[in-house]
Design a protein around this ligand. Structure first.
Ligand code: BES
Ligand code: MN
Ligand code: MN
Length: 462
């Protein structure tokens, strides 16, 4: 029987070419102009799952983009792993900052990826990471080494909030029944520092509109005498943080989980080089909430960030105008115990309350989700840790992540299962940014490590 490393060696080119085919299709979920591509991508995922050995694969229609569901049930008495991933990607803009077109994948070497990395939108988030699971399945089925049942659920709306996936999960408890959920849609500390993400932040995403006069005005004739919505919005936004970079919304921190000194000391052991961090981002210094380290600020602490702000004249040259309206999109990353609906309401009440009488404010909630923490004392985590030990030669470090995959908390609520986040991306892979890429080494290491998870999880389940 073939072992995994020789299987990967023999099939490496095929693995890369198949991923490249997947990356060529611009499955952007945020923009309905790409609907056709989204559907094409779902079809391709279906075909690949069939080829990898699933017994049945279906395209499940939703009110939005379809979910690809496949399974291979070898024995009902054995445990079942549910793999979740997403085939949709973020929009590619700003286009001009890409060194090569986002949907024409190319392989180039980088400092961190001397073996080469695939540059394309979705390379790491999440087509490349999702596809590792398809190839790991192919290996296990074609060499008769699949030790348990497997279900795949690959969705097409993760990047826009998984709205339709939530009802799919609610309506399909039996179909999705599993013993553990496995996801590769996060990162790890470094190629020689394996880590398992043990936490995801929650999210509340809102859009605000500040309206002043009923039309755009001459800034000389009216300036100084009426509220300028852009000035007002800027002031309101600025007031949402105090001088310590604490968020000022009343009640915002009430439920925030405070970590013990011991837990924080444990976190601080993870390797982190502040100078390299600053250098990689070309910043003179870091910035954030007083009293917390960089790694704490981006994982165990909640945040509030403006994602976009617009209004008024932004064309060439100057136009002396007071705009009638100003807008902003704002996201809040939440930590365990903060409820996203409650936080959204707190935000809305506060934002409306700080608006001067001279303007009207509208707050439109977009989407959100709860945070998640993976307990490290369950067999899913232990199996994953053993798998990393097999393939990296060292134990992985548990690490809370700063990003969000809101559906994970819902999985636990609806399916009563824990999720293991085995991410193989690096922070420097530029997900959501121009020049997103995924290291070939990481891709193949993932394919190598995943079957070990199945093996250990099946054994620990006995
Ligand atoms: N894969 C990311 C989430 C992620 C990345 C978590 C790295 C941890 C480390 C996912 O595709 C994503 O981008 N999620 C969104 C949330 C969603 C509701 C749009 C996010 O975190 O902004
Ligand atoms: Mn993702
Ligand atoms: Mn993403």
């Amino acid at each position: 029987m073939k072992n995994i490393t020789s299987y990967i060696e023999e099939n490496k080119d095929k693995f890369l070419n198949e991923l490249i085919e997947l990356l060529k299709i611009p499955s952007i979920s945020a923009d309905s102009a790409y609907k056709k591509d989204v559907l094409l991508t779902a079809d391709m995922v279906k075909t690949r799952l069939e080829e990898a050995g699933c017994d049945s694969v279906e395209i499940c229609e939703t009110d939005g983009n379809p979910i690809v569901y496949g399974e291979k049930i070898i024995d009902k008495a054995l445990p079942t792993v549910l793999v979740y991933g997403h085939y949709d990607v973020q929009p590619a803009d700003p286009m001009e900052l890409w060194d090569s077109p986002p949907f024409e994948p190319v392989i180039k070497t980088t400092e961190l990826h001397p073996e080469g990395a695939i540059f394309a939108r979705g390379a790491c988030d999440d087509k490349g990471q999702m596809y590792m699971h398809v190839k790991a399945l192919e290996y296990m089925t074609s060499t008769n080494q699949l030790p348990c049942n497997v279900k795949f659920m690959i969705e097409g709306e993760e990047e826009v909030g998984s709205i339709n996936l939530a009802s799919f999960v609610k309506n399909n408890h039996e179909k999705l029944k599993n013993d553990i959920i496995l996801i590769s849609d996060t990162g790890m500390i470094a190629k020689d520092v394996p880590s398992i993400t043990t936490g995801l932040r929650g999210l509340s995403y809102v859009e605000v509109e500040v309206s002043g006069p009923n039309r755009d005005l001459h800034s000389g004739l009216y300036g100084g005498a009426v509220a300028n919505p852009i000035n007002v919005l800027s002031k309101m936004i600025a007031s949402l943080h105090d001088e310590n970079n604490h968020i000022t919304i009343p009640g915002f921190y009430d439920k925030v989980e405070e970590l013990s000194k011991e837990e924080r000391a444990e976190m601080a052991k993870a390797p982190f080089n502040l100078e390299a961090y600053k250098k990689s981002l070309n910043i003179k210094n870091v910035y954030g909430e007083n009293g917390y380290t960089t790694n704490e600020r981006n994982s165990i602490r909640p945040t509030l960030d403006v994602n976009g702000i617009w209004g008024g004249y932004i064309g060439e040259g100057a136009k002396t105008v007071i705009a009638s309206k100003a807008f902003a999109k704002i996201s809040m990353r939440l930590v365990p115990n903060q409820d996203w609906k409650e936080i959204t309401e707190l935000f809305q009440n506060h934002f409306e309350s700080i608006a001067p009488e001279a303007v009207t404010v509208k707050v439109k909630p977009h989407h959100g989700g709860q945070g998640y923490v993976t307990p490290i004392d369950n067999i899913g985590y232990q199996a994953a840790a053993m798998a990393y030990e097999d393939t990296f030669g060292k134990a992985p470090i548990p690490q809370r992540g700063g990003g969000s995959i809101p559906i994970v908390a819902l999985f636990e609520e609806e399916l009563q299962s824990k999720t293991i986040l085995m991410g193989f991306g690096l922070d420097s892979d530029a997900i959501h940014s121009p020049n997103e890429h995924y290291g070939i080494w990481n891709y193949l290491k993932g394919i190598e490590t995943i079957p070990m998870f199945y093996k250990h999880f099946s054994e620990l389940s006995k």
